[in-house]
Design a protein around this ligand. Structure first.
Ligand SMILES: [Zn+2]
Length: 45
């Protein structure tokens, strides 16, 4: 399990939307958290 950086929920990294930012891959509970992150990744890292 990893933490969704947008809402801080625990998510299963095998079955969740993901974005790469810098060296890391971030995982999200839902597509709307992913799109929030994609708009402003610096805010969540
Ligand atoms: Zn989320």
């Amino acid at each position: 399990m990893v933490t969704d950086p947008v809402c801080k929920m625990e998510v299963d990294e095998k079955n969740s939307p993901a974005s790469k930012y810098g060296e890391k891959t971030y995982h999200f509970c839902c597509p709307s958290c992913k799109s929030m992150f994609d708009k402003n990744p610096a805010k969540y890292t």
